[in-house]
Design a protein around this ligand. Structure first.
Ligand code: AGP
Length: 592
């Protein structure tokens, strides 16, 4: 949560660079934004509530700048609470991602020592603590980094901070838990919460590790161990993504762009991820128990993985929400395998729980989209999704990519991986067709019919149950319609009481053993006046609307995801919402 961007170097347009960097990171939080630069020995700040949109900065030219886009945790959405925050002297600007858990005590003590607070945030304590350390140490760049490390050691919780000091004209940062990447460019040094925002400047990255700090000067970056204050040789990685991949490429928004990238991503996984899937299958084969863990959409992929391993390879695997796994991992140990699924590789509930499992001796495999992310570096074995940057807050291509990797893995366990690769090729072709033929407009027409409804229901049985949950989440996240997904068999155990005349109900009806029972459920809700939207290879009397798709055996779930993504998208547009930045959300959840 929260986007951090900073630059120091030869270029004098730091304010504009930082603003552009923040726009790239806005999916991490868009309650407010702010930028700080030095001017005549003082820090000058520009900060506002709301999204950046087409805003231009009015700050003076500068060779150094620091910016932040906020997802509010402590203190309302106000200009005062927007970052950067300054110290009492106006010498230092601070930005922060995370939660300073001991901010109350620190604030009380700082107040007692005469500091004046202007915001309600937990973050502002960092500015005043740093003020004291810098006053104690001096004005050099080395003084700044030592002061930042001393300050950081006083903070409790999972945090990333960055500071701009007018005296040294440098940037300094420290992190523990929240992500921080450093970029080495030819005309300066950069820092950001994730490296997608650095790609147009460089592909040479240093991923700051837990309890590390960094000093950025125009000529280079020095990395330190926060505990000892000693320098560490920075590891520089050339990342594979390009800046172009992170652009809209002519689409009106990232959600539609990323929905349309799915055929390409699936083909790429079918051709380039076979060895990774075989290796993951090997880990599952060796393990005495396997746990699939994820949050949100990744949790639905984990649940789908449980069905795939059981149905394709006859292998028992457990699925858990990352935010709950921590309460269950106590019984894991050597011989157990935890497979963590996370697009960003930074979801703190997943990282914390699998880190616990790893401490107990379990093997950790990660299925993630971000090279160099915390999960990527924590895992014993990694499968990179290769889906390219996902900038829309809603996970679409990363979801079907996870299903594709799990499908290959299940078939590899059963010695039929080529069959799965072929199914993925077919799924890519079918999705390509669905995104360009009559079905896309038909789904839009359905949205036209139901967009004023405040409640919708999605039913699925067996492997379609996690798909029902995912379809509901997509509709909820982007259109703010209360959509509820549930196991088709649970209908008569209570939830059917919610059905009233005109209630939209999506029925996921693939050509498998779940179809008949699912259709009975669809008939039952129709009998109570629901409008039934059938998604599946074959038409049925239970349906008021039918979105057909090819029967692709166990890969049908991948195709089944698309109508829900499109319906959510069109409902959002019809209800006047921004599909890329839904209210109250952020792309990667790095605070508890
Ligand atoms: C999905 O559309 C949401 N953005 C959210 O549920 C997301 O899937 C969840 O926060 C997990 O993110 P991750 O895959 O980056 O770990």
């Amino acid at each position: 949560m929260c986007g951090i961007f900073g630059y120091v170097g030869a270029r004098s347009d730091a304010p504009g660079m930082v603003l552009h960097g923040l726009k790239q990171l806005e999916y991490r939080g868009y309650d407010s934004w702010g930028i700080a630069v030095p001017k005549d020995g003082k820090i000058v700040v520009e900060k506002r509530t709301g999204k950046i949109g087409q805003a231009e900065t009015t700050l003076p030219a500068s060779h150094v700048g620091l910016g932040h886009t906020r997802w509010a945790t402590h203190g309302g959405v106000t200009d005062q609470n927007a970052h950067p925050h300054l110290d009492c002297t106006g010498r230092l600007a601070i930005i922060h991602n995370g939660i300073v858990q001991n901010h109350r005590e620190l604030r009380r003590d700082l107040r007692d020592r005469g500091h004046t607070f202007v915001s309600e945030t937990d973050t502002e304590v960092v500015a005043h603590l740093l003020e004291e350390e810098c006053a104690r140490l001096g004005d050099s760049a080395e003084d700044l980094i030592q002061a930042v490390m001393t300050t950081f050691r006083q903070l409790k919780g999972l945090n990333a901070i960055a500071a701009l000091d007018v005296r040294s004209g440098c940037l300094a940062a420290a992190k523990n838990g929240s992500p921080m990447t450093l970029g080495w460019a030819t005309d300066g040094m950069l820092l950001a919460s994730d490296y997608a925002a650095l790609l147009e400047h460089t592909r040479q990255m240093t991923f700051l590790d837990e309890n590390q700090a960094a000093l950025l000067t125009p000529d280079g970056i020095a990395v330190y161990d926060v505990a000892t204050g000693q320098t560490i040789t920075p590891e520089i990685t050339e990342v594979s993504w390009s800046a172009e991949q992170a652009d809209l490429q002519g689409f009106p928004d990232f959600m539609s762009k990323e929905i349309h990238e799915q055929p390409h991503v699936l083909r790429r996984i079918a051709r380039e991820r076979l060895d990774d899937a075989r290796a993951l299958a090997g880990l599952i084969r060796e393990a005495n128990e396997t746990h699939l863990v994820g949050c949100g959409t990744a949790a639905h992929a984990a649940m789908a993985g449980q069905y795939l391993l059981a149905r394709v390879a006859g292998r028992r695997a457990f699925y858990a929400n990352g935010s709950e796994f921590g309460y269950l991992e106590k019984f894991l140990g050597p011989g157990a395998l935890a497979i963590a699924l996370s697009q960003s590789g930074e979801t703190i509930d997943v990282i914390d729980s699998v880190r616990g499992a790893k401490r107990r001796g379990a093997t950790l495999a990660a299925v993630t989209n971000v090279e160099g992310s915390t999960l990527y570096r924590l895992a014993d074995h990694v499968v990179l999704l290769g889906a390219g940057p996902e900038r829309c807050v809603l996970a679409t291509k990363s979801f079907t990519a996870k299903l594709a990797v799990l499908l290959l893995t299940a078939y590899a366990l059963d010695g039929r991986i080529e069959q799965a690769a072929d199914l993925l090729e077919q799924a890519a072709t079918e999705i390509e067709a669905m995104l360009s033929d009559w079905r896309r407009d038909y789904i839009r027409q359905i949205a036209d019919q139901i967009y004023l409804r405040e409640h919708m229901y999605i039913i699925g049985r067996g492997p379609s149950y996690p798909m029902a949950l995912e379809t509901a989440l997509k509709i909820k996240e982007v259109s703010y319609v209360h959509a509820e997904g549930f196991a088709g068999g649970e209908l008569k155990h209570g939830v059917i009481a919610l059905i009233e005349p005109g209630s939209p109900c999506i029925a996921l009806a693939p050509n498998d053993e779940t179809r008949d029972d699912l259709l009975s459920g669809a008939m039952e809700v129709r009998a109570r006046g629901a409008t039934v939207i059938g998604i599946g290879p074959r038409e049925d009397d239970a349906f008021d609307f039918h979105v057909p798709h090819a029967d692709l055996s166990e890969a049908s779930s991948i195709v089944q995801a698309i109508p829900g993504q499109l319906l959510g998208y069109y409902l959002a547009l019809l209800r006047g919402h921004d599909p890329d930045k839904p209210r109250n959300l952020a792309k990667s959840v790095t605070v508890k």
